[in-house]
Design a protein around this ligand. Structure first.
Ligand SMILES: *[C@@H]1O[C@H](CO)[C@@H](O)[C@H](O)[C@H]1NC(C)=O
Ligand SMILES: *[C@@H]1O[C@H](CO)[C@@H](O)[C@H](O)[C@H]1NC(C)=O
Ligand SMILES: *[C@@H]1O[C@H](CO)[C@@H](O)[C@H](O)[C@H]1NC(C)=O
Ligand SMILES: *[C@@H]1O[C@H](CO)[C@@H](O)[C@H](O)[C@H]1NC(C)=O
Ligand SMILES: *[C@@H]1O[C@H](CO)[C@@H](O)[C@H](O)[C@H]1NC(C)=O
Ligand SMILES: *[C@@H]1O[C@H](CO)[C@@H](O)[C@H](O)[C@H]1NC(C)=O
Length: 500
C-alpha cells in the first residue's frame, strides 16, 4: 500500500467551521469551457458548486472560492463568507477548482490531460460561473445583475485577488486571506518563518535543539548502522538508504520539515509551546530522541514515514483521480509549471541545515511528469505567472488582504508596503494560515477578531462604492495593550489612509 505519510501542505480544504445554518447547501453543476483561450474549441466539462440561498433577499452574490481541494458544504454554513452573505442579503456559493474534487475535465490525470490545469483557465471558469449566476438561467434570474464578492484563502485567496485584476467588470470586491501573489522558484523564507514562530511562541532552545538533532542525524545517516538507528527511532516504513541523496531528502522533507510545516501553518494557540516542550524536555538528553519523540507522536507521520523516493514517485505518478495522492500530484503539477514555491533549506536562518535542496524539487517535477518538466520550463512558467498577474508590484483595487504574522506563506503575499487606499492589507501578529476566513466571535487574539470585523466592514463599503475605513473603530473595544498593538498595526497598515 502506498500511503503517503505526510499531509501535503497546501492541497487541503481549510477545515470548515461548525455549522450555524438551518439549511443544507445544495450541489449544482455548470458546464464550462475546457479551453477558454482557444475560441475554436467549444468542448466543455462539468464544474461543481454548492449553493445556499438562506440569506438571498437581494441580488448580491458571495462566492467562497475553492482552491486545490475537493469542496464540501461546510464553508457555506459558517465563516466569514457566510457572515458576509448574511450582512448583504446575498446568495452564497462555493466553487470547485478544475481538476480537484469532482470537477474533472478528463478521465485521468495523465500528463497530456493536465495541459488545461492552469490558474488562468480556473479564473475563466469562475468568470463563466459568475456570468451564469447573474443571468436569467440561474434560479429564475434572482441574481440578475447582482454584485459579486469573492472570499478565498491560500491559493484561492490569490485567485480572488487575480479575479478582481482580470475581471473587474464581474467582481465588485474581493477578500484574500493568506494568498501568495509572487511566484518564486526557491522559497527558503517558508522555513525561516517556521523557525521564527518556534522561537517566538516556543523558545530559542527549541530551535537550537532541532538544529542539534538534525546535525547528529545527518552524521548518523552516513553509516549503515547509524541509518538503521535513525530509521527505528523515527519509525520509517523501511530502513533509510543513507547513500541515496533522494531518499535522505525524502526522509527530511516528508518526515521532518513537512511535519513542522503542518504544526506552524495550522497552529492554534498552545500548539507550538506544547511541541517545544517535548523538543526541549530536560529528562531526555539526546536531541535526536527528543525530536523523534515529537515527530512519531504526530498523526500525519502515521502509520510510518515513507523515506523511499521511488515509493513517493510511484504514489504520485498514479494517474487515477481516486489515487490517495491525486491532489498532491495535481498541486505539484501547478508548482512545476506556474509557481515553484519550493520550501527548501537554502536559508541559514532555519534549523534543518541543507537537508532539502532545491534540486530535490527539480527532480520531483521530472519524475512525476517526465523530463520535459525541467528547470527551464519551471522558470519560464514562473515568469509567465508573474507577467500575467504582476506579482506584488500591483495590488488591484477593491481587494482586502490579510496576512498572518506567523503564516509561513506570508513572505509571498502582500504586506503593509503594498497597501493602497482601495486595497488595505492587515497583518495580524502571531496568527497562522487562513485564520481570518473563520467565524467572528471565535478568534484566538483580539487583533484577529478586530481584523475579521474590519474585513466584513470593508467588503460592504466596497459594495457601496465607499472608501474602506481602517481597523480603529472596532479596536476601541480592545484592552489597552492589545489596543496599542492594534493601533501600531493600523498605523503601519493604513498610513496611506491617514494621509488621505
Ligand atoms: C444574521 O445576522 C443577524 C444580524 O447581525 C444576526 O442576528 C443573525 O443571527 C445572523 N444569522 C445567522 C444565521 O448567523
Ligand atoms: C473519457 O472516457 C469516455 C469513455 O471511454 C470517452 O467517451 C470520453 O471522451 C473520455 N473523456 C475525455 C475527456 O477524454
Ligand atoms: C542505496 O542507494 C544507492 C544509491 O542510489 C544504491 O546504489 C543502492 O543500491 C541502495 N541500496 C539499497 C539497499 O537499496
Ligand atoms: C522530568 O522528570 C521529573 C522527575 O521524574 C518530573 O517531575 C518532570 O515532570 C519531568 N519533566 C518533563 C518536562 O517531563
Ligand atoms: C492507483 O490508484 C487507484 C485508486 O486508489 C488504485 O485502484 C490503483 O490500483 C492505483 N494504481 C497503481 C498502479 O498503484
Ligand atoms: C513587504 O513586501 C515587499 C515586497 O513587496 C518586500 O520587499 C518587503 O521585504 C516586505 N516587508 C516585510 C516587512 O515583510
Amino acid at each position: 500500500m502506498l500511503i503517503s505519510p505526510a499531509v501535503a501542505l497546501i492541497d487541503r480544504e481549510p477545515s470548515p467551521p461548525s455549522s450555524r445554518s438551518r439549511v443544507d447547501p445544495v450541489e449544482g453543476w455548470l458546464p464550462v469551457r475546457l479551453n477558454h483561450f482557444d475560441a475554436s474549441n467549444t468542448d466543455t466539462f462539468q464544474m461543481r458548486f454548492y449553493y445556499n440561498n438562506e440569506f438571498a433577499t437581494s441580488n448580491n452574490i458571495v462566492i467562497f472560492v475553492g482552491g486545490e481541494w475537493a469542496i464540501s458544504p461546510g464553508w457555506l454554513t459558517g465563516g466569514l463568507a457566510y457572515e458576509l452573505a448574511n450582512a448583504t442579503g446575498a446568495g452564497l456559493f462555493y466553487t470547485e477548482h478544475r481538476y480537484y474534487g469532482m470537477t474533472r475535465p478528463s478521465n485521468d490525470t495523465a500528463v497530456a490531460e493536465l495541459r488545461f490545469l492552469t490558474v488562468d483557465q480556473a479564473l475563466a471558469d469562475l468568470a463563466q460561473f459568475i456570468q451564469h449566476v447573474q443571468s436569467e438561467q440561474f434560479d429564475d434570474g434572482r441574481f440578475r445583475g447582482g454584485k459579486v464578492s469573492l472570499v478565498g484563502c491560500s491559493y484561492a485567496g490569490s485567485m480572488a485577488t487575480w479575479m478582481r485584476l482580470a475581471y473587474p467588470h464581474l467582481v465588485a470586491a474581493a477578500f484574500s486571506d493568506s494568498g501568495p501573489l509572487h511566484a518564486q522558484e526557491d522559497f527558503p523564507e517558508y522555513l525561516e518563518v517556521i523557525a521564527e514562530a518556534l522561537r517566538t511562541q516556543g523558545s530559542e532552545e527549541c530551535v537550537t535543539s532541532i538544529a542539534e538533532a538534525v546535525e547528529d542525524m545527518v552524521q548518523q545517516l552516513a553509516t549503515e548502522s547509524g541509518a538503521n538507528t535513525i530509521s527505528e527511532m523515527f519509525n520509517t516504513c523501511s530502513p533509510i538508504n543513507g547513500s541515496n541523496p533522494l531518499d535522505v531528502a525524502t526522509f527530511f522533507w516528508f518526515g521532518i520539515t513537512e511535519t513542522f510545516a503542518y504544526l506552524v501553518q495550522y497552529a492554534r494557540p498552545g500548539d507550538i509551546p506544547a511541541a517545544c516542550e517535548v523538543l526541549t524536555n530536560v529528562n531526555v538528553t539526546d536531541p535526536v530522541r527528543r525530536l523523534a519523540n515529537w515527530i512519531t507522536a504526530q498523526s500525519w507521520t502515521q502509520p510510518c514515514i515513507e523515506s523511499r523516493y521511488s515509493e513517493q514517485v510511484a504514489a504520485h505518478t498514479n494517474t487515477s483521480y481516486d489515487a490517495s495522492d491525486a491532489n498532491m500530484r495535481l498541486w505539484t503539477y501547478q508548482t512545476c509549471v506556474e509557481y515553484g514555491w519550493y520550501q527548501t533549506t537554502s536559508s541559514t536562518r532555519q534549523p534543518f541545515l541543507s537537508t532539502v535542496p532545491l534540486q530535490y524539487f527539480h527532480q520531483m517535477c521530472k519524475d512525476f511528469f517526465s523530463t520535459y518538466f525541467d528547470e527551464n520550463l519551471l522558470r519560464s512558467g514562473i515568469q509567465r505567472t508573474n507577467l500575467l498577474f504582476g506579482g506584488l508590484s500591483h495590488l488591484p483595487d477593491y481587494v482586502v488582504s490579510v496576512a498572518g504574522g506567523h503564516d509561513p506563506w506570508s513572505p509571498m503575499g502582500p504586506n503593509v508596503t503594498n497597501a493602497t487606499p482601495l486595497a488595505p492589507v492587515y497583518v495580524v501578529p502571531m496568527v497562522s494560515h487562513c485564520r481570518a476566513i473563520r467565524p467572528t466571535g471565535d478568534s484566538e487574539t483580539e487583533e484577529l477578531e478586530a481584523t475579521k470585523q474590519a474585513v466584513l466592514r470593508n467588503m460592504q463599503e466596497f459594495l457601496d462604492g465607499r472608501l474602506p475605513t481602517p481597523i480603529e473603530s472596532s479596536a476601541a473595544t480592545l484592552t489597552p495593550i492589545a489596543f496599542t498593538l492594534a493601533i501600531t498595526i493600523i498605523t503601519l497598515c493604513n498610513w496611506k489612509f491617514v494621509l488621505l
